[in-house]
Design a protein around this ligand. Sequence first.
Ligand code: SF4
Ligand code: SF4
Length: 63
Amino acid sequence: MKKKKKLTINREWCKGCGICVAFCPKGVLVLDKEGKACWAHPEKCKNCGLCELRCPDIAMELV
Ligand code: SF4
Ligand code: SF4
């Protein structure tokens, strides 16, 4: 069975563009009060990697 990955978000690098929020097909991500991406619904994450791929600031990593 494929092991589920965990998303790490580097808040220092996130500029809050919202691209990852818009591209996530499962609605997992939101921008928090500080305007930084946040893994709000990790249980819905399908490990598709789109957020990691689309982030222009390489702030996201699936590990
Ligand atoms: S890996 Fe896919 S499903 Fe999970 S948070 Fe990123 S875009 Fe959403
Ligand atoms: S795409 Fe990257 S920089 Fe933009 S909100 Fe998401 S984590 Fe932050």
